[in-house]
Ligand binder design. Structure first.
Ligand SMILES: Cc1cc2nc3c(=O)[nH]c(=O)nc-3n(C[C@H](O)[C@H](O)[C@H](O)COP(=O)(O)OP(=O)(O)OC[C@H]3O[C@@H](n4cnc5c(N)ncnc54)[C@H](O)[C@@H]3O)c2cc1C
Length: 502
């Protein structure tokens, strides 16, 4: 009988856990080493005085049977319907200066009608976006191109995928692949540009926005009912049930290489662990240029790490409040009449999350409300390292400023606040070691989202990359990327890859 081969995985984020589950399913002996004390990576939630502060995943796609993604959740032990709450709306969009207050529901016809009645001069672009979303309905698009790693994708399988998408193909090229903000730049109604740009990231291609609207209309989007840690823990539980091992508070410093073959890892405390294969499911810059000292790169890899932008990090302020927000939409975008200056930037838009879709976020009768913005990593990192008390004071100031802007919607809110928690990009970096405190790998643009990044490094055997730095950020790509790393190992071992344990 052949001896069971071993795999060391760096990082217990979604990609590392996914790699671990498929490693076990395919008969390998795997061990995950994680820098933090808990699994999840950027999909993080933490307790504060009885409140659950969810600092991660806003919503999830493909939680219902009938999609490729649902099968992945099932394979990873995360398909229990109680983990999810169907989204009943995408949220509320408020433009204070113009007095716009719009609920973005799931019904595309209604959305088109509402938008056109408020912005009649822009009826044609509204119709175009909604028509794109309508055309994408019923297609399982959120995981297109993800079934296999680039190294194993044959021209025939690529053709098959393209063929399945033939009716919506026109949306994936030409003007629809422009940034949504550029796509709508000529609108005659200024707030409409803010509306479209804030539906996801302003750099996302227009087709991605159409796809999100289509998924919403198809009722394929959900909140995590008990927050992202619970989602993560269900995958970790599955991994352990399959026999996988985790070591927390274990930061990998070096990938051990002998004769151009990865043979294990060394932790910052000097402990070494050897294995037949190594998968890195964490920040690719520190993996390639730190743990591997930049010895296995080519021009493409160098260029990517030198020129691609990382996703802009978040600052989130969470308020534990002694009140309920029954009936309020869980997501709000508020374009402020009175902007706030944070990290030397003028912040016009606040993204608000009201975590009122599950009972686990707060004690009975209470809630968590969160305000989130994108901000500079360098500013918060430098402030923290130069002057810790100035950093704390600035966090407090920002929390007060945000609260003063939100109060008008919930009079008396400041007196109901029991807990304030501020997480900056420095916080994200501290707990994940992600470059620039990034929340989602590379900045999602039409270009980066379509790039197929190879999982092997040139000249290095028995080593694979996984996670949000080899696909775009987001739950589906991260889960798929973990699966890809095991598909590649199975391929190299001349084994047939299996999805579920025998
Ligand atoms: C606020 C927020 C909202 C989001 N919203 C959504 C959403 O609505 N929908 C969606 O699909 N996605 C969303 N995402 C993105 C999604 O959560 C991530 O893309 C995904 O979870 C990334 O998983 P990962 O495993 O690839 O990377 P990570 O989560 O970054 O995991 C990497 C892990 O490696 C560990 N690590 C790093 N260096 C080392 C080392 N040297 N040694 C040991 N361990 C190490 C880190 O601690 C971390 O645990 C959101 C993310 C954030 C932060």
């Amino acid at each position: 009988m052949s001896q069971q081969k071993s795999i060391v995985i760096i990082g217990a984020g979604l990609a590392g856990l996914s790699a671990g589950c498929y490693a076990q399913t395919n008969g390998f002996k795997s061990q995950i080493f994680e820098h933090h004390t808990v699994p999840g990576g950027v999909a993080a939630a933490w307790k504060r005085q009885g409140y659950l502060i969810d600092g991660g995943i806003h919503f999830i796609m493909g939680h219902k049977p009938g999609t490729a993604l649902y099968e992945i959740y099932k394979e990873l032990g995360a398909s229990d319907p109680s983990l999810y709450v169907d989204m009943a709306s995408y949220g509320r969009f408020i433009q204070e200066t113009e007095g716009i207050d719009l609920l973005v529901g799931m019904d595309l016809a209604q959305l088109a009608e509402d938008l056109k009645s408020l912005a009649p001069k822009d009826a044609s672009i509204i119709d175009e976006v909604i028509q794109g979303a309508r055309s994408m309905r019923g297609h399982d698009l959120s995981t297109v191109g993800m079934s296999q790693p680039p190294e194993l994708t044959s021209p025939l399988s690529q053709f098959r995928e393209l063929w399945q998408m033939r009716t919506v193909m026109k949306y994936f090229s030409g003007r629809y692949s422009r940034k949504i903000c550029d796509f709508v730049k000529d609108v005659k109604t200024p707030w409409l540009r803010d509306f479209f740009c804030s539906l996801f990231l302003p750099e996302s291609p227009a087709w991605f926005i159409m796809m999100v609207l289509a998924l919403l209309a198809d009722k394929q989007c959900a909140f995590l009912s008990r927050g992202c840690l619970d989602f993560v823990q269900s995958i970790e539980k599955h991994y352990k049930a399959l026999g996988g091992e985790t070591t927390y508070h274990a930061t990998v410093d070096k990938i051990l290489v002998e004769h151009d073959r990865a043979v294990g890892i060394r932790l910052t405390d000097g402990r070494e662990y050897r294995a037949d294969y190594v998968i890195s499911a964490c920040d690719s810059y520190s993996t390639i240029f730190g743990m591997l000292e930049g010895r296995y790169v080519n021009a493409k890899i160098k260029k990517r790490h030198e020129t691609w932008e990382t996703s802009r990090p978040f600052l989130s302020v969470s308020y534990g409040v002694n009140r309920r927000f029954s009936g309020e939409a869980p997501f709000w975008t508020i374009m402020l009449d009175d902007p706030v200056v944070v990290a030397n930037e003028t912040i016009r838009g606040l993204f608000i999350r009201i975590l009122n879709y599950g009972d686990g976020f707060a004690p009975a009768g209470k809630s968590v409300l969160q305000a989130e913005i994108e901000t500079s990593f360098a500013y918060w990192h430098d402030l923290q390292s130069k002057d810790r008390s100035a950093y704390d004071l600035e966090k407090q100031r920002v929390a007060n400023e945000f609260l003063s802007r939100i109060e008008k919607y919930f009079p008396g809110l400041p007196s109901q606040v029991e807990v304030v928690d501020v997480a900056t990009p420095y916080t994200t970096w501290r707990y994940t070691l992600n470059r620039n405190g990034a929340w989602g790998g590379w900045l999602m643009t039409a270009d980066t989202i379509m790039k197929r990044i190879e999982r092997r490094l040139p000249g290095l055997q028995h080593f694979y990359l996984a996670g949000q730095w080899v696909m775009s950020g987001g739950v589906p790509p991260s889960l798929y990327s973990g699966r890809h790393s095991i598909q590649l190992i199975c391929h190299d071992e001349k084994k047939v890859f299996v999805n579920t344990a025998a």
